[in-house]
Write a protein of this length. Structure first.
Length: 477
């Protein structure tokens, strides 16, 4: 701490005051008490002014004590060695007191600085919390700019295009701060020759999109490490606000997408419901016509495909609405398979093989949902097979395992889960047909009936869909 001339003057005035009082009241005070009073200006000068004024008060007090109080008075003669000890005591008091006072001042300054930093953090937090997410960053930068000077946001686009305010060294420091999460530039250990300081908005373990650029102080001094650490914390608050703005934007976009998807599903379900009756009439008429004229088979197949698409849309709507309440009836799988196959038209050149023993046990499930599952699996196999589709069933413990296989190209292992998603198309295939909902409906209906469905490679070379249905009645010997 640097002492001012006024502190030295106050020290001398305090010594003079004590010298006047003690010399005037010496008969009543006594020499010992008078000597102790000279400690007062030393303590005062050391505590208020520091070491320099304390030493001046100590030496001045020793001289005044010797001149005004010790015999022979009004001379500087020293007759006893303990007079030197008095001088040393006064000097020691000055040293100790000034050191203690310095430490107290430093602690007080640190406490005040911490309080100021906390108040500033709280003020910035309140500002960012009260501002609109898209405006919080700009208001936060303006708030800090009023206190610390020019402050702006630097992103990768600005670094790539350049800015007249930044030198090439500044841009390099900004890029380092962005990619490594370190404070760089003026006042730091990284590229300290830069004119600007660059502080990340995110913790070091996260990759950010921008950094804060802080100009050199107007007085040209170097920012201290403590000030830069505080500024780093303030920038982290700005980063949290930036994250909040991004999350808010993503939330709004997600809400728009969800609402759009809901409206799309509602429209498609309504469309499918409205077209179901006309398609049923049209398909019935075409079936009668196809029984008499073979050339009607092709439009009948198209009508049935369109009818299955409408059924898929209705099924998807039921799954989305949580309206699936499957029955748990005892079903003869032979009858269910007959009904599913009856609604299919096997293209010329393809073989649909059925390997279902008539003595298989009944299964527990919903007839309508199981019919839809089988119809979609068989239709999928017929669309992707080269020559052969096989429907088989076998009892395994308390389950009856139903399998639909084809000899097509099969499904790559890394896409076998994705094929059960809506509107998923296999990459690299040009044979995509259907609504894109069939397998998603299969999984939804199978899950509703508590019948797990799996996908694997078939011995025929293509895909193999396996459905495990619970047996309704136990097997008997």
């Amino acid at each position: 701490m640097r002492s001012t001339p006024a502190a030295y003057l106050q020290a001398l005035l305090a010594v003079a005051a004590v010298a006047f009082i003690t010399s005037a009241w010496l008969p009543w005070l006594g020499i010992a008490s008078a000597a102790l009073l000279f400690l007062l200006p030393v303590l005062m000068a050391s505590a208020r002014g520091g070491l320099g004024p304390g030493l001046v008060a100590a030496l001045g007090g020793a001289a005044a004590y010797n001149f005004f109080l010790l015999e022979p008075r009004f001379t500087f003669r020293v007759h006893h060695w303990h007079n030197f000890v008095s001088v040393l005591v006064l000097v020691a008091v000055a040293l100790v007191t000034s050191r203690l006072a310095m430490q107290l001042r430093l602690r007080e300054a640190e406490a005040l600085e911490r309080a100021r930093a906390s108040d500033e953090m709280a003020a910035l937090s309140n500002l960012l919390a009260s501002a609109a997410p898209e405006e919080a960053m700009a208001q936060g930068l303006a708030f800090l700019g009023q206190r610390y000077g020019d402050m702006r946001l630097c992103d990768e686009n600005m670094m790539a295009q350049g800015d007249a305010a930044f030198s090439s060294l500044d841009l390099s420091a900004a890029a380092w701060a962005l990619h490594n999460g370190d404070g760089t530039g003026h006042g730091t250990e990284v590229m300290a020759a830069a004119e600007w300081s660059f502080l990340p908005l995110l913790p070091k373990d996260r990759r950010g999109e921008a950094v804060v650029a802080l100009g050199r102080p107007a007085d040209g001094c170097v920012r201290s490490a403590g000030e830069l650490a505080h500024l780093r914390n303030l920038c982290l608050l700005l980063g949290q606000s930036h994250d909040r703005a991004q999350w808010d934007s993503e939330r709004r976009e997600r809400e728009v997408l969800l609402e759009t998807d809901r409206l799309r599903r509602t429209f498609l379900a309504s469309l499918a419901h409205d077209l179901r009756t006309p398609l049923t009439v049209l398909t019935g008429r075409l079936e009668l016509l196809a029984a008499q004229h073979g050339e009607a088979q092709e439009p009948l197949a198209a009508a049935r495909q369109l009818q299955r698409m409408m059924q898929d849309l209705l099924g998807a709507a039921r799954i989305d609405a949580g309206a699936l309440k499957p029955a748990k009836d005892s079903l003869d799988l032979v009858d269910v398979a007959d009904a599913a196959c009856a609604g299919l038209i096997v293209p010329e050149g393809l073989v649909l093989e059925r390997a279902i023993a008539p003595d298989l046990p009944f299964v527990r499930g919903d007839a309508l949902l199981l019919h839809h599952v089988l119809a979609n699996l068989l239709d999928n196999g017929l669309r992707h097979a080269r020559k052969h589709v096989r429907l088989s069933a076998v009892a395994q413990g308390e389950k009856l395992v139903l399998c639909v296989e084809d000899d097509g190209q099969g499904i790559p292992e890394d896409q076998r889960e994705a094929v059960f998603e809506r509107f998923h198309r296999l990459s690299g295939r040009d044979d995509a047909q259907g609504s894109g909902l069939g397998l998603a409906i299969v999984k939804g209906f199978a899950d509703a009936m508590e019948a797990g469905i799996t996908l694997d490679m078939s011995p025929l070379g293509g895909a193999s869909f396996t459905l495990a249905l619970p047996i309704a009645t136990p097997l008997t010997a």
